[in-house]
Ligand binder design. Structure first.
Ligand code: IPE
Ligand code: IPE
Ligand code: MG
Length: 241
């Protein structure tokens, strides 16, 4: 597969940890733990493939609705993953960043997130964006809030407002939009992930549960992507000239 036909930016909804565990008569927590290993494998595969950006949906703004024990387990898992992995990612020249509302996290988790971002800020390899307490509607709403302030303060008029103004204020403003979107576990929905940014992404769904997703499964998704014709509103003939 030539590099030019590979996506620059891959965004994944890592779904199916709970069902993976249930299938094995294990507690849901075991599925989340196994999911961390899948994250490691996929990051490694993306580095090898020279993908530029990998965005991972780790916790949605709706996932707080889960039983408190599960939420607590996930928060502890984030802390320990950051504690153990940040340095290793840094050694691989990976740049780590987080999108989502951090205000609901513990001081400790916020500290680890900021530390990891600072440590890897100048790295030039794969960019890994982790979406935690993220919601696509929240992201757009925050952008609109900023714009409202700019209009209130007279720095912008409502007449000037364009899609670019919104895009520039999203949490992903510094990144190109995802070329390839992947969701595991057979669900075919966006679940409030990158609503704006997925406007022209190729959508790939697989029945594989997240803990079973690795280099081989990523390869299948990349092959699917390579076979798509991205038209962005043009006709197929227009793209051939
Ligand atoms: C994805 O797996 C992980 C998170 C949402 C944190 P799930 O926990 O949603 O697994 P299923 O969908 O219940 O199988
Ligand atoms: C989406 O998965 C969120 C993450 C993977 C972090 P969910 O399992 O929460 O989505 P729904 O509830 O099935 O739509
Ligand atoms: Mg799920």
């Amino acid at each position: 597969m030539s590099e030019s036909t590979l996506p620059r930016h891959v965004a994944i909804i890592m779904d199916g940890n709970g069902r993976w565990a249930k299938q094995r008569l294990l507690p849901r927590a075991a599925g989340h733990k196994a999911g961390v290993e899948a994250v490691r494998q996929v990051i490694k595969a993306c580095v090898e493939k020279k993908i530029e950006i990998l965005t991972l949906f780790a916790f949605s703004s709706e996932n707080w609705r889960r039983p408190v024990q599960e939420v607590n387990y996930l928060m502890d898992l984030f802390v320990s993953a950051l504690e153990h992995e940040a340095k290793k990612l840094h050694e691989q020249n990976i740049k780590l960043s987080f999108i989502g509302d951090r205000s609901r996290f513990t001081e400790k988790l916020r500290h680890y997130m900021l530390d990891a971002e600072r440590l890897t800020a100048d790295n030039t390899g794969l960019i890994v964006v982790i979406a935690v307490n993220y919601g696509g509607q929240w992201d757009i709403c925050e952008a609109m809030r900023q714009l409202a302030v700019e209009i209130e303060e007279g720095r912008l008029t409502s007449q000037q407002l364009s899609p670019q103004h919104i895009e520039d204020r999203l949490t992903t403003a510094h990144l190109p939009p995802p070329d390839l979107f992947i969701r595991t576990s057979g669900e075919q929905r966006i679940s409030n992930f990158l609503l704006w940014q997925l406007a022209y992404s190729e959508l790939y769904f697989t029945n594989v549960f997240w803990p079973d997703f690795g280099a081989e499964e990523l390869e299948k998704a990349l092959a699917f992507y390579t076979n798509r014709e991205r038209r962005f509103g043009y006709t197929s003939d227009q793209l051939k000239v």
